[in-house]
Each structure stands twice: as C-alpha cells, then as structure tokens.
Design a binder for this molecule. Sequence first.
Ligand SMILES: [Zn+2]
Length: 240
Amino acid sequence: MPSYQTTGIVIGRTNFGEADRVVRFLTAEHGKISAVAKGVRRIKSRAAGHLELFGEVNLMLANGRNLDVVTSARLVWYPHELVAAYERLGLAFAMATAIDRLTEPGQAHPQLYTVLREGLRAVDAGASGALPELWFKLRLLETLGYRPELAACIVCGRRDPGTTYVFDPARGGLACAADAEPGAQPFSHAAIKFWRLLTDYPYATVHQITDAPTLAADTLPLCDAFYEHHLGRAFRPIIE
Ligand SMILES: [Zn+2]
C-alpha cells in the first residue's frame, strides 16, 4: 500500500468495529482526512495516547480502498491546560466540531489549519469568554468564503464615516441608516473596526486591543445570527 506522511489536528473520532476508531484530522496539505486507527481501543495500544481530540500529530498513513489507515502516530502538541477547564474545553470542542462539520475530505485548507491551531493554542493559554469565540467565528467565516461586508453598505455601497450603520446578519453585513430594517440597533464605528481586525489578524494581535472583551461580548450575538443564517447551523450544537 502506498503511504504518506503529514501533520494533522484531531477534530473528531468515531468508534469503528470491535477495537478500531475512525479519526478525522485537519491537515494543512490535504484538508480533512478520515483514517482508521486499528486496535486503538485496546488497553495496550501504543497509538491510543497519540490520537486524542485536539492533539497535533505527526502521521504516517497508508492509502486504503475506502479509508486511509494510520500506520504510525506521534503526538507533537496537546492542550494539557484544558483538562478540567470546562468553559475553555467547551470552546475548543465547538471549534473542532465546527470545522469537522463544515469541511469535506479532499479539499486543502492551509489557512483553516492555521486558524484552528491558533485557536486551540489561545484557549490552552487561558483565552476565555466572548473574545476568542468571536475571533474564531469571524476567522472561520472569512476562511470558508463567508466574510461579512464590513467596508460599505451592502445595499447601496455607501462608505461614510459620518453615517450610522447597522449590522444586518441576513443581508450579509453593514447597512446604512437609509437601508436599515426598522428597529435595527446601530453598529458602532468602533465595532466595525474591531470586527475588521478580528477577521484579518491572529489572536495574538487582537487580544491586545483596548476594550476587546467588552466589544466582543456586546457584538457576539450578531455574529451568531450571521453564522447561523449563512452556515445553516449553530456554532454550539445543542446536545440532547
Ligand atoms: Zn445604504
């Protein structure tokens, strides 16, 4: 069987057969890969500890007829600080799950890999609350081609620092006062600038912005509405 080497982050796992598991990785070069890890649910499995959710793993994979097969796995990074940090663990889980659900195998996504890697490292280093969540959603939307319009009115194209804008999730971005739906709340110029920065910059840069936690908490619900409208699902699925 031809084999290949790559590095991936574990974004999902499903039990398979008696002792096997199908592991889904996000890689920079190959996008999402689903591969069978044989025997990993046996106590003595050597690979098991290297295939935990969120881990970044050096992999050797063999091309299979349906699914590729993991022939070796070596963990290179794991968010150890998330153990028992439930709020941050929940965010990490939502990040990995969102990418797992929004991607198909065989499409390369180098920028998406960078976004997930930065997001997991940020929450492991202590990022919590609305800021890392808003940053991740805006970066994810941008990377998948759903960037909200934040430069001009989406209806008339008006760019005017003197006008009042609202953010219209269904129409895809800013609307000037003349084109706003009745009752829409103003979206401040500070918020517009903040969202542009979040959409374009790494977390290490945006978390230094003054008032970032407050701006993020105030505007996260509008991003949620945009995300659900354009991606057709909530970022945090309701687990029953
Ligand atoms: Zn307009």
